[in-house]
Design a protein around this ligand. Structure first.
Ligand code: FES
Length: 112
């Protein structure tokens, strides 16, 4: 079963609503998506950690970003490169996050 991705152009989150560096869940109910931001870099991933399938953010939506480059799963500390989603440390092995294509237009993150 594959996750249903938002159609291109779907508004996912106001850029201002995403901490920099940090992240926030997308405003998209059908599939859990986490948007991560560090400076000019804005990426989105299916919000499921490949280690044990938990969300990549805290229940509050707070998202841990280390050194402005790594998304850190709050549960057991797996680290993923924001730019690529590749796992670079922790218990998730050589896995990678599932990317969701996005772009930023007029202060809005939308599906690409
Ligand atoms: S569920 Fe993410 S590191 Fe374990």
């Amino acid at each position: 079963m594959s996750a249903s991705l938002p159609a291109p152009g779907t508004a996912l989150k106001a850029l201002d609503a995403i901490p920099d560096p940090g992240g926030a869940p997308a405003d998209y109910a059908e599939t859990p998506i986490l948007i991560v931001r560090s400076g000019e870099t804005v990426r989105a991933f299916i919000n499921v950690c490949p280690h044990q399938g938990r969300p990549l953010c805290l229940p509050s939506g707070r998202t841990l970003v280390s050194e402005g480059r790594y998304l850190v799963c709050p549960f057991h500390g797996a680290s993923f490169e924001i730019g690529t989603g590749a796992c670079v440390g922790g218990p998730a092995g050589k896995s990678a996050l599932k990317p969701v294509p996005v772009r930023v237009e007029n202060g809005q993150v939308t599906a690409a």
